[in-house]
Design a protein around this ligand. Structure first.
Ligand code: TNX
Length: 525
């Protein structure tokens, strides 16, 4: 009898041990599936040397910064902030301590490798430690985005995830191909809150975007408070496309956006579109009109019908005052003056107008940026022309002016993906994810080559979009591709390999709850 009980007991124990072993085997398999590799980074780094082991982050790890100052400790805390929600670990950020015990993260600005430039970085992961070094804070911040992408995708979850936080070992050396990697958001056709703009900044930062161009005025709305011309925002900003209630940023709110972007090493470029696309201003002040009569506010989506009275002195006083206030709250070096689609103004007058506006911008210590059409004017060598749809841009190149490439048929995030896309326009064609990726700025247009190009920018016009969900849907996945075109070397870039990386990023976006377009061209996981 005793023996029988013993046998029962033993077999019971054996079953228990067996069950728990197979359970942990299963967990281990799942964890292995979660492990990331070096081949999923977007934008693709310049060089990667894997050493095929893993660094395991545990809750006692620390982030050491060297030298410790406001900027480096901010970057350290930013990294700790990314790691915290999903791991539950509160990593301390401390001044570097080389005697510290193993398995910490070291962020260093040592300026040793000058070839990295402002935004480059070197990331070395061994089983014992993670070393991220750069020449400048911006480089450290870009490197943090790479490190973030080496964690399993569940790092992007806002809830605590079970898991072993493993990071593959090896070395990455990386720096950007182009100096300007921008996104543009049209807050004039539909207004977007400070919170939504900050979300878009965060999403852009993940892909190493470094310029945020805000299209602050258009026919349908004026979105920035100007103290010397208060009606612009209070009246000119009171509506939007389709007649809904509009809004505007106070100067304090605008500064909040600028500071938030700055903390992510993103420079805000404000645009006041002129002399066309000005109905909201014309409606706010009758004296800006040729006939002195203010038109009604406009809520449709036509273009080309409005123009400032460019022969009146008051118009230049107005521009002077606006640029003065805008320059004072914009630490970045650029002011965008639009300049597009002004068919009501004859060519000679247009050139005269842009020349004058350019001087005003420069008088406040800023450089002027404008769309294709400004290429007709006499540009200063430091002005910048943004290409969207017109070969007139070659005129700017001939003047030695640098260009930002935003060809509408490739980079316009407001173009529909295909005929079934609910949001967006299609005047420049449908742009599937592959079309948005498969082009190169230096071969896009005859007469514009690598050294004429400052960089690339993906504009998102908002005639058809009203909220952050809509922004996300049109921007993702295409924004990731534009970021790669701007950052990564052209050699080694190809769609078949890229789409695999994109599929892994789909897992990250799902963790984040991002409303992205699940293109049939990608095998989402
Ligand atoms: C063209 S691009 C425009 C914008 C529209 C956009 C819509 C440019 C300089 N002008 O006014 O919003 O198309 O895709």
């Amino acid at each position: 009898m005793k023996n029988k009980i013993l046998v029962y007991l033993l077999s019971f124990l054996f079953t228990l041990v067996f069950l728990s072993c197979s359970a942990s085997l299963k967990d281990e398999k799942e964890l292995l599936n979660l492990r990331n590799t070096f081949s999923n980074i977007i934008p693709k780094p310049v060089s990667i040397t894997p050493t095929n082991k893993f660094f395991i982050l545990d809750k006692s790890a620390k982030v050491y910064v060297e030298p410790m100052n406001t900027e480096t400790s901010f970057i350290g805390k930013y990294l700790a902030g990314i790691i915290k929600p999903s791991t539950g670990y509160s990593l301390q950020v401390l001044k570097s301590d080389e005697n510290a015990v193993e398995r910490n993260i070291y962020l260093t600005i040592n300026g040793k490798d000058k070839s990295l430039g402002e935004e480059g970085y070197e990331l070395t992961v061994s089983e014992e430690r993670i070393n991220l070094s750069a020449d400048a804070p911006a480089g450290l911040f870009r490197g943090v985005q790479t490190l973030r992408q080496l964690f399993p995708y569940s790092i992007e979850s806002s809830d605590i995830e079970p898991g072993l936080w493993e990071i593959p070992t090896g070395t990455i050396k990386d720096y950007p191909r182009f100096e300007w990697r921008g996104v543009m958001l049209d807050v004039a056709r539909h207004f977007f809150s400070v919170k939504d703009v900050k979300s878009y900044i965060d999403l852009s930062a993940l892909y190493k975007i470094n310029y945020l161009h805000l299209h602050l005025s258009d026919d349908q709305g004026w979105r920035i408070q100007i103290n010397s011309w208060p009606n612009l925002s209070t009246y000119g900003g009171s509506t939007q496309v389709d007649g809904g209630k509009g809004d505007y940023y106070t100067q304090a709110e605008y500064s909040e956006i600028v500071a938030y972007a700055q903390e992510r090493y993103i420079t805000v470029v404000p645009e006041i579109d002129m002399p066309g696309h000005t109905n909201a201003a014309l409606a706010s002040y009758p004296e800006l009109n040729n006939d002195g009569i203010a038109p009604s506010l406009y809520t449709g989506i036509e273009v080309g019908f409005s123009a400032l009275a460019i022969k009146k002195d008051i118009t230049y006083k107005f521009i002077h005052d606006v640029i003065k206030e805008l320059s004072a709250i914009t630490p970045g070096p650029y002011i965008h003056i639009g300049g597009d689609e002004a068919p009501k103004i004859d060519s000679i007058d247009y050139v005269h107008f842009i020349d004058k506006v350019q001087s005003i911008v420069y008088s406040f210590g800023k450089k002027m940026v404008g769309w294709d059409e400004i290429s007709k004017a006499n540009l200063f060598p430091t002005s910048v022309a943004q290409h969207w749809d017109n070969e007139i841009i070659l005129n700017a190149v001939k003047q030695g002016v640098k260009v930002i490439m935003s060809p509408a048929s490739k980079t316009y995030l407001d173009m529909k993906y295909d005929s079934t896309t609910g949001l967006g326009l299609f005047w420049a064609g449908y742009i599937e994810v592959k079309d948005a990726y498969n082009w190169d700025p230096a071969t896009q247009m005859g007469g514009i080559s690598e050294n004429n190009i400052l960089g690339i920018e993906a504009p998102l016009w908002s005639e058809t979009i009203i909220n952050l969900d809509d922004i996300e849907y049109l921007a993702f996945p295409r924004l990731a591709g534009h970021a790669e075109i701007g950052w990564s070397q052209v050699k080694g870039r190809n769609w078949d390999e890229y789409k695999e990386r994109l599929a892994e990023h789909g897992l990250r976006w799902t963790e984040k709850g991002l409303n992205f377009y699940r293109s049939p061209q990608v095998l989402w996981k």
